[in-house]
Ligand binder design. Structure first.
Ligand SMILES: [Zn+2]
Length: 83
């Protein structure tokens, strides 16, 4: 069986360049048997999802402070009244 260190190296390589069939089997086998690696990979996945969410978050919207929102509303109203 692979060591946990070898598994982390393999899974890092898998993300970049893919793995051979036998490496994938070894990786899967280790992951089924090793609680530590299962937890580690769950945490890595969570972290990746959280990071993706953070960077895909639209600017504006809920990040605007109340004051800025009010100012924009006022500006929009005054623009409309000019028409
Ligand atoms: Zn392990």
């Amino acid at each position: 069986m692979l060591s946990c260190k070898q598994v982390s190296e393999l899974s890092a390589r898998a993300k970049c360049e893919g793995l051979s069939f036998s490496d994938r089997i070894k990786l899967k086998y280790h992951m089924m048997m090793c609680k530590g690696c299962q937890t580690y990979h769950q945490q890595i996945n969570l972290l990746q999802q959280a990071t993706a969410k953070l960077f895909n978050k639209p600017t504006g919207g809920d990040t605007l402070c109340k004051e800025a929102r009010e100012r924009i509303k006022q500006n929009l109203k005054s623009d409309k009244s000019k028409d």
